[in-house]
Design a protein around this ligand. Structure first.
Ligand SMILES: *Cc1c(COP(=O)(O)O)cnc(C)c1O
Length: 377
């Protein structure tokens, strides 16, 4: 065995094999070299009977090379969780993927091609958002939902305070807690009410001249049932003299018939939320992004804050988000709208292809990605 190990071909002789020439051009020498080294390490760990030649090793390497020099691999999401956080949340639509490819080269993201002057960044994407919402509102896009919350704290509360119900002190996942993020910006978080009940007077009593805003966080990954009371956005806005920011999490811009309890931006804004914050890559079905929608003056304050630059989105996000909103239905919305009969037929076809003793059983699916808790599909 030790003999076989010593007689494995050298890395360079494998790399020199013509079978890898095209891959080296396409994927880069450094990437292919790493794959050769990995393959040789594997052969050393479990040596074959006869030492393979350089050509044989090159063939093994060539057979395992991916289409692009990335270690991320495409997978089939057969988990029954539509928006799977560990599988990258929402898969992009082909239209959005294509838009990202267009944006990849030099592109007119900040140039007006008519005049040759510098142009405003991201206006078309913002328009796509406000048109989808269908109200006379403004919008801004940042890196993700957490970035949107952070920017709201810095820009609207600064060294002041933000009021939040104890029933809405939410941990999203992987240890990410919304109240901790907000406190980390330096604002004082004033907790009011109890886990199950918060009343208007609790909000009222804890506010002062330094209150930047009241936040409503929609618990996106659990439900509270029984003896509960909260104060609606509408009620808060009607009775309190500060902005009300609604963090709806999952990013539905309009109501979805299959998810009647899921909050959406349009409904929140019609209830006079000052700002609505949500993610781009959950139910919206787009790229990772944080959407901030609402009052024009507040949006302008956020946009002009120095830290807005630190959570600015790149051209890929702008392109993919616009295409997600204006293009055909996203994979997430297609999955949500799939009828049971169609799923059944699909499963039967797969079973037939796999062959053998395979039978199809019904099961329940979930929306996932911290959206629509308790909804069984
Ligand atoms: C997911 C979520 C966030 C965080 O959004 P990211 O885009 O993951 O940063 C914030 N608030 C709520 C309610 C969420 O569900």
């Amino acid at each position: 065995m030790g003999d076989v190990r010593r007689r494995l071909p050298a890395v360079d002789s494998v790399l020199a094999d013509p079978i890898l020439a095209h891959d080296i051009t396409h994927l880069g020498r450094a990437f292919v070299k790493r794959q050769v080294q990995k393959t040789l390490t594997q052969l050393r760990a479990t040596p074959p009977q006869h030492p393979p030649t350089a050509v044989e090793v090159a063939e093994i390497v060539a057979g395992g090379l991916p289409p692009a020099p990335t270690s991320l691999r495409p997978v089939i999401n057969a988990t029954g969780v539509i928006i799977h956080t560990n599988l990258g949340r929402a898969p992009l639509s082909p239209a959005a993927t294509q838009a990202m490819t267009v944006a990849a080269g030099a592109t007119d993201v900040e140039l007006d091609l008519e005049t040759g002057q510098r142009g405003p960044r991201g206006v078309a994407t913002v328009e796509a958002i406000t048109q989808t919402v269908g109200l006379d509102v403004a919008a801004h896009v940042v890196n993700n939902g957490a970035g949107a919350l952070m920017l709201a704290c810095f820009a609207l509360a600064g060294r002041g305070n933000v009021v939040i119900s104890r029933g809405e002190m939410v941990e999203i996942g992987d240890g990410f807690r919304i109240p901790e993020l907000m406190s980390a910006t330096g604002v004082e978080l004033r907790e009011v009410g109890t886990t199950n009940r918060t009343h208007l007077r609790s909000y009222h009593n804890s506010m002062d001249n330094h209150t930047g805003f009241v936040i409503k966080v929609y618990p996106s990954n659990f439900t509270v049932e029984g003896f509960t009371t909260g104060v609606s956005v509408e009620h808060l806005r009607h009775n309190l003299n500060v902005p009300v920011v609604a963090d709806i999490g999952s990013g539905l811009l309009r109501p979805h018939p299959r998810l009647p309890h899921e909050p959406d931006a349009r409904t929140m804004l019609r209830q006079r939320a000052s700002l609505v914050i949500s993610s781009g890559d959950k139910l919206l079905g787009g790229p990772q992004a944080g959407l901030i929608i609402g009052d024009g003056d507040l949006i302008e304050t956020l946009r002009r804050h120095p830290l807005a630059r630190a959570v600015r989105v790149d051209k890929f996000t702008l392109a993919a988000l616009e295409a997600t909103l204006l293009g055909p239905p996203t994979p997430v919305s297609q999955a949500l709208d799939t009828q049971v009969e169609d799923l059944w037929a699909r499963a039967q076809r797969i079973a037939t292809h796999v062959g053998g003793n395979i039978t199809v059983h019904p099961s329940l699916a979930a929306v996932g990605g911290g959206g629509a808790p308790g909804v069984e599909l």
